[in-house]
Design a protein. Sequence first.
Length: 490
Amino acid sequence: MLAVTINSASPAEVGTSLLVIALPENPTIAGIAGLDAAAQGALSKTLEMKDFRGGRDETLHLTGFAKGPRRLLLVGMGTVSDRRASMRRAATLAARNAQRLGVGEMVWYSGQITPEETEAITIGLIAGCWEYPDLKSPPPESERKKSLEKASILTNNTDDTRRALAVGQAIGSGQSLARRLAMMPGNLCTPDYLVQTATEIAKRYDMDITVLGRREMEAEKMGSFLAVAQGTSQDPKLIALEYKGGKPNAKPVVLVGKGLCFDSGGISIKPAQGMEFMKFDMCGGAGVLGTMEALGQIKPEANVVGIVGATTNMPSGTAMNPGDVVKAQNGKSIEIINTDAEGRLVLADCLSYARRFDPDVVIDAATLTGACVIALGHTASGVFSSDDSLIAEILAAGKRAGEPGWPLPLWDEYKDLIKSDVADIKNSGGRPAGAVTAAMFLKEFAEGYAWAHLDIAGTAYSETDLVTIPKGPTGVPTGTFIEFVRGRVR
């Protein structure tokens, strides 16, 4: 992972392969006059001629300086209403550019910044240089470029700044882990691999870990979870990690993630086109593990439990069929209408299992429905809860993390859509209000505690390049989960 440090030098004096200067829309030379003098007026001329206007995501490279930095990269932040968010985005784009240039190291400058902005910049820099080269053959030596390994932020070297830097690195580490797990192909990132990853986190940070396999889930009568897993030869896993940083009697925040390492749709099989993206159906679970990794480093005074329900959904002679009826851990019977509505079946038993931790609040995250993508696109996650104050808390956490959410209804009127003729409930209400009925289904298994559901189907990964990050996993909901926990202990 990128190593980020603090440097209190002035931008005109720093020697570096690449100096990045982040500027707002319609920038002036104020604040960088010393650097402009060292660059023999190149910056002021560039701004006067409007070659660089500071628009969001605008970049301009300048080279050929006799002294000081060998290259300058101007990055536009656009109209700045939220400095932390603007700097995080600009830093992500800067690191991507530095990675393409192969400079190996870079320095960031954006004038006077607060410790909170230092944290945001650090998160952005780490996100921008993230790659998954693990399975690719190295290019010929003549074509190789240096990976971005070091970055410095020009700011005051104070205790607050150093603490903010450490937190930013921890969050970046958690998001990087979540993205790596999501990017791994399904034949490598299996339920067993997620157990291995969780076990390593537990050992690093002295967390308790519980792992249930098929036999243990049968003993727990988790018929809903096991119905999804009955079509695969891989052993399903329910993973529970416990971080105990708060008072011994304090109720924990419980985070639950859907961990479908691959989702073929089962008997209700998906179309072949684009099915390869279904390796991303475990992004909720990856986000939980990334969050636990970050919390282990940040060490907040809170108790947090991370639960991941991991399996694959495959068609086979033993797979569940449409029309089957199964019984969940809480005793409710479920009619299977569509085997591709499998994530909610896994989460049903995970939410029921969460009750044994006597939670203060439970939040689940899942790439659950295509309907949420239709409703909100790829910009915002759907947020569902019957508790308006909890929704507001989650939305605020998502805003701080740069992972926006939007509330969707969870009204009793929608429950009629998931009534079954032969069971207590059915697992699909059809196309109308698909994201809402999926959340209504989960609500049936989240009784007795405060609960919210995040549908991240449109935000957990992207099938196209997003300018600041490449095609693939985004790290959502790791940032939201981390900020939610931090918000509770501030």
